[in-house]
Design a protein around this ligand. Structure first.
Ligand code: PRT
Length: 107
């Protein structure tokens, strides 16, 4: 199992966004602003949908990576920390009671 996390990716994206490096795709995308980044995210999401509908597992892995990368860039551009999203997911899990069940040994 990979130890690379979305938080790792978000930290790289934040650093590359601030770098303004000419060779950085992230910096170029950030310069275009949230509406263009959101459009790009939408395009990648559609490509992931097509891969799923076609049952193309390799393409779904690649397109999902594109989706997650562009979503992380979109959050960075919008000034929304990834941690705010994770906290919301954690809150929903706690609300459902499944977090406690997952950490308890099976009956
Ligand atoms: N995970 C990614 C990642 N996933 C996808 N992409 C880029 O997303 C683009 C999407 O491809 P497309 O063909 O759809 O788009 P395009 O025609 O190149 O671009 P557009 O003109 O359509 O915007 C490609 O250029 C990919 O390289 C990514 N670019 C960067 N990262 C991560 O960001 C880090 C920093 O990258 P740089 O900012 O380039 O240094 C890298 O180390 C990676 O960890």
């Amino acid at each position: 199992m990979s130890s690379f996390t979305l938080a790792d990716l978000a930290a790289i994206v934040a650093a590359r966004a601030q770098s303004g490096a000419a060779e950085s795709y992230t910096a170029k995308l950030m310069a275009k602003g949230p509406p263009r980044i959101a459009k790009k995210f939408g395009e990648e999401a559609v490509e992931a949908v097509i891969a799923a509908v076609e049952g193309d597992r390799a393409a779904l892995v690649a397109e999902t990576a594109d989706v997650l990368y562009h979503l992380v860039v979109l959050l960075e551009a919008a000034g929304v920390p990834l941690d705010a999203v994770m906290a919301e997911l954690e809150r929903r899990t706690r609300q459902s009671g499944l977090a406690e069940k997952a950490s308890r040994p099976a009956d």
